[in-house]
Design a protein around this ligand. Sequence first.
Ligand code: SUG
Length: 456
Amino acid sequence: MTSAAVEANADGLIGPTHSYAGLSPGNLASSLNKGEASNPRAAVLQGLDKMKTLVELGLPQFVLPPHERPDIAFLRSLGFTGSDAAVLEAAWKDAPSFAAAACSASPMWAANAATVTPSADSGDGRVHFTPANLVTNLHRSLEHAQTKRALDALFPDPARFAVHDALPSVGHLADEGAANHVRLCAEHGAPGVNLLVWGREAWEGWDGPYPARQAHEASQALARRHGASGAVFARQSRTAIAGGTFHNDVVCVGALNTLFFHELAFEDTAETLAAIRKAAKGLFEPAFVEVSTADLPLADAISSYLFNSMLIQAPGGDRLTLICPTETEENPRSRAVAERIASSNGPIGQVRYVDVRQSMRNGGGPACLRLRVVLTEAELGATNPAMRLTDALHARLREWADRWYRETLRPADLADPQLLDESRSALDELTGILSLGGDFYPFQRDQAAKRPPLEA
Ligand code: SUG
């Protein structure tokens, strides 16, 4: 059955500890910029302005709050004790790699927050979410419990939304969320084809130079638990991973009936496209827009992030809009490909560029920063309105960020206990702005537990 539905996006609001710590092997931008100073205030404002662009294009836009960082509870679990400041100081001294992981603002990349199955495809007519366990990288493995809280806050009605726990946190079920999922369909509310791209088998001996982050068995488990119809599983190409494609969304994006991808995205392109065609039979005719290595070498695709663009249909538009990072515009080859595609008579009719440079320097483009959620009108009406970006909320969050975020952060600043205090104060205020309640973050729950009970 088809009911009217829209694409909404929930973006990760970039947190006050945004930094370049080189935490993700195989993500070339992260390694390249390791140790550089970052600009948290510019970063969060870029993210907010990107969200506003989507609002102006007519798409519902939501804000996912940053996580509490440094993650003191994680450091305490490693045996560090004393005051929060003492924990932080000892961790930076004795276990700097763990301390750096505990400070990462990585929850900003909401494409890794969860895998989503809209109600048109799920077995029970609800929208299903599974937060990604992100076990491949230590800093990202700290995200899923708080991500579930955020999704519960945004999608509170269990009659319409099923927010699951992450898959078990083991390498055999390594899961990176929507970054390895593309949904194709005739229209958003119609049943679709769910392309799930994986990098390795659970028990496969992996000898690539960089990790393959998504296990085939994780993708299968997600489709199974969400009751996802039209599932197609495809292997990510080993060449792509070795070249720095740590997620499929670095070389592939899709929307409605259109799949836009690089020649080296899949291990077996012919087989993948045939499987999509077969699953789409009777539902829609897929449109494939493939970019060859000759037109765009993999290295250019990765450094310019042409495929890490958002591919959206603006309400009223008849063709798709590709929202690319400014790095695509600055790379002559990528720009030529983007403009040729938009001026041909194909399904993509327009290209726009957005500035998310601060995130890009950690390997996070426009598509990494958002979790795409297809919602019917009734489902949209059941979301938390305080988390929906309006012009007023955009202005309020800009003002909030101006007050709390540092302009520049050097790696050594992450050890500053004052940064912990500033971050918590900022998040405390944010929970009020987004109506998240006074116990959304671990530090808020700790503080509440320490407060003496009120006199009767
Ligand atoms: O997981 N970078 C992120 C980028 C995630 C991009 N997301 C998608 N492609 N969907 C990652 O590699 C780097 C952090 C650091 O090095 O400080 C980082 O985690």
